[in-house]
Write a protein that binds this ligand. Structure first.
Ligand code: ADP
Ligand code: MG
Length: 640
């Protein structure tokens, strides 16, 4: 069934993402943080090499010099110690303790989280109750208690801070591990006989690692603050050793007579923690490519449109007219041309198939119609989409909202993900109805039951309250079709609605779509990568390749005598029952990457009848008899 899908390597995987450092520096705040942090770290590390007085040597004669006085840079404190030296040595200590505590907490917490999430059951229960126990105490109070028991000192402060932060890591990591350890790739590893340790550290850990790193980078700042807090209270660094917290504590008493003694370490803590947090935020964006590409950002209500000249309006009376549609994905410096000039018209009641390999831009085309392509990264860069006489690419958000699910309905590939898992199917159909018209609850329920009957849900009234998980895939897809039909749309866009179904159910669903659209006169744009389903349903077929339509015509004519070599290749991939010996000539090679399309015919590299002139320039659609057209210089040519 999905024969044409085979052998299409993800063409965009090869395109280079800029290096992580470049990405980090591209974020201006993170770059600033990195610069500041780098400067502080270098100064702290270089402290022993710098020509500075010993930070711990007191000199009562030079007490409380202000910055710049007596040959000092930052002045001296109440014991006459050089503040610059103490600041740099203190920063060194604070940084070291903060980083060490973070590493210890991350190591212990992640291990607990990994084991608890992976093992589940009693082990999970026992470990998590232990964690809950630690979390039951106020955080800083617990740290104080631990230091009180162990005795004041920097090392003990480090232990205390690390311990109170373990739950933080354990909980985060457990949550992710819990989800991951039930995923298919972990099952696959289990089935291959891998040991628990191998699965945990080979399969699960690499997926959790980015989160651990990000959590570490965002907690280091915190831990430095906490260590400073303990030292400020006299429980951390002990005199005469300096760390930022103890310096602040010593300066506190002189806040009014010699403010610089407290202000200087205070500013350093502020700068250090801010720099670390800025870098941490940037790091999080870099490590999760979805954040950068905008996939996790809340997509706007409508795809961004940035187009130049608008093509002319079509004649009245078309259900859908697409003219010269261009849709691109802009991620970083890359521009993926997913749709590169698509023209297509649907008459009312007409069913048109859009076929092509995965990645040819079918979904991007379909989603562009009502501006459903997520933005960022999607941008519609040209064209005109006319539905019911008006240009959708210029419609207001309110007009779009009314159209979506109203005059235009979508059915998507996977009914399991397009239905809400927590609402009964009846309620979901009712919701679809009431989103677009004023109906009493009772009327809406009656109509919904009627719709469920029309899509042949057996004993629809009884199943009204059933939840999606209680139904089979075919049933769920019927519910989605019922929702699509709810408001008598003029146009139904079905994006591979039968790909996830088995062949018999697929045939039923196709038959249903045919009858229902015949009854109601709705036009259908039916997207599939499967030629076999096209002839079941569609009057016309448009073949898409690398973002453009390469052939269009009445279904029978195209299937019987394909004009474009690509169409011929696709059809030759379809197995025929009873002809086991027929060679399935899969099309060699892969489609060109969408950000590096060649000049001339995009299919040239895979074409059996290619000539040099095919690569020279834009290939126009040539009109053929019987209302057909193909984007080929030698349509209908056969290999001898
Ligand atoms: P089809 O539906 O024909 O399988 P799509 O329309 O989904 O193909 O994709 C067309 C092209 O756009 C592909 O090259 C795909 O990698 C790219 N693409 C789709 N969605 C995104 C996205 N959110 N971000 C970046 N590229 C995308
Ligand atoms: Mg698709």
């Amino acid at each position: 069934m999905a024969a044409v899908d085979a052998g299409t390597a993800p063409a965009d995987a090869a395109g280079g993402r800029p290096s992580p450092l470049r990405l980090l520096l591209a974020n201006r705040l993170s770059a600033l943080g990195l610069l500041l942090l780098g400067a502080i770290v270098v100064l702290a590390l270089a402290a022993p090499l710098l020509p500075m007085p010993d930070p711990d040597v007191t000199d009562p004669a030079r007490r409380l010099l202000v910055p710049g006085e007596g040959g000092t840079v930052l002045g001296t404190d109440h014991l006459g110690r050089d503040l610059l030296a103490r600041l740099l040595w203190g920063t060194r200590v604070s940084l070291l303790v903060g980083v060490a505590a973070t590493a210890a907490a991350a190591l212990a917490g992640s291990l607990i989280g990994l084991v608890a999430g992976y093992a589940g059951g009693r082990i999970d229960g026992a470990l998590m109750r232990g964690i809950d126990l630690v979390m039951a105490f106020p955080y800083i109070l617990l740290a104080l208690g631990i230091v009180a028991v162990l005795g004041p000192g920097l090392m003990n402060a480090l232990y205390a801070i690390a311990l109170v932060n373990v739950p933080f890591f354990a909980r985060t990591v457990r949550g992710i591990t819990l989800g991951l350890s039930r995923r298919e790739f972990v099952d696959a590893a289990r089935l291959s006989g891998a040991s628990h340790a191998a699965i945990l550290f080979g399969e699960v850990l690499p997926n959790v690692l980015p989160t651990i790193v990000v959590t570490m980078s965002t907690t280091v700042g915190w831990m430095i603050l906490e260590t400073a807090g303990l030292s400020f209270l006299g429980l951390g660094a002990q005199p005469p050793q300096a760390d930022l917290g103890s310096m602040l504590g010593e300066g506190r008493k002189l806040l009014f007579s010699a403010p610089h003694v407290a202000v200087i370490p205070g500013l350093m803590i502020f700068a250090l923690v801010m720099a670390i947090n800025l870098v941490g935020d940037g790091l999080r964006d870099v490590l999760d490519p979805r954040l950068k590409s905008g996939a996790l950002a809340a997509p706007g209500a409508a795809t961004v449109v940035r187009r130049g000249a608008v093509p002319a309006a079509p004649a009245d009376g078309t259900a859908l007219s697409i003219r010269d549609l261009h849709t691109e994905f802009h991620t970083g410096a890359r521009r993926l041309r997913a749709v590169g000039g698509v023209d297509l018209e649907l008459a009312p009641g007409e069913r048109v198939a859009l076929v092509g390999e995965s990645g040819s831009g079918k979904s991007a085309t379909a989603l562009s119609l009502l501006r459903l392509v997520p933005s960022p990264p999607g941008v519609i860069t040209g064209g005109r989409v006319t539905i019911g006489g008006s240009d959708q690419l210029a419609a207001s958000p309110e007009e779009l909202r009314r159209l979506r699910g109203g005059r235009v309905a979508y059915v998507f590939q996977d009914p399991a993900t397009s239905l809400h898992p927590l609402f009964s199917i009846g309620d979901q159909v009712v919701e679809a109805l009431r989103a677009h018209r004023r109906l009493s609850r009772r009327d809406a329920e009656a109509r919904a039951t009627d719709l469920l009957e029309r899509v042949r849900i057996p004993s629809a009234a009884a199943r009204f309250g059933a939840y999606p998980h209680e139904m089979s895939g075919g049933m769920r897809q019927r519910v989605c079709i019922a929702m699509a039909l709810a408001n008598d749309p003029d146009l139904i866009v079905a994006d591979e609605p039968t790909t996830a179904l088995d062949v018999t159910v697929q045939a039923q669903v196709l038959g249903l779509l045919r009858t229902l659209t015949d009854e109601r006169g709705a036009a259908v744009l039916f997207i599939t990568h499967d030629f076999a389903v096209v002839s079941e349903l569609c009057d016309r077929v448009a073949v898409m390749y690398a973002g453009r339509i390469v052939e269009v015509g009445p279904t029978r004519a195209v299937l019987d005598d394909p004009a474009h070599p690509y169409t011929r290749g696709l059809i030759d991939c379809v197995p025929i029952l009873g002809q086991p010996r027929r060679r399935l000539d899969a099309i060699a090679g892969a489609p060109p990457p969408a950000d590096r399309l060649p000049t001339g015919c995009a299919f040239a590299d895979r074409c059996p009848v290619v000539e040099p002139r095919c690569r020279q320039g834009e290939i126009a659609m040539s009109q053929l008899p019987d209302g057909r057209a193909a984007r080929c210089l030698k349509p209908q040519s056969r290999i001898a």
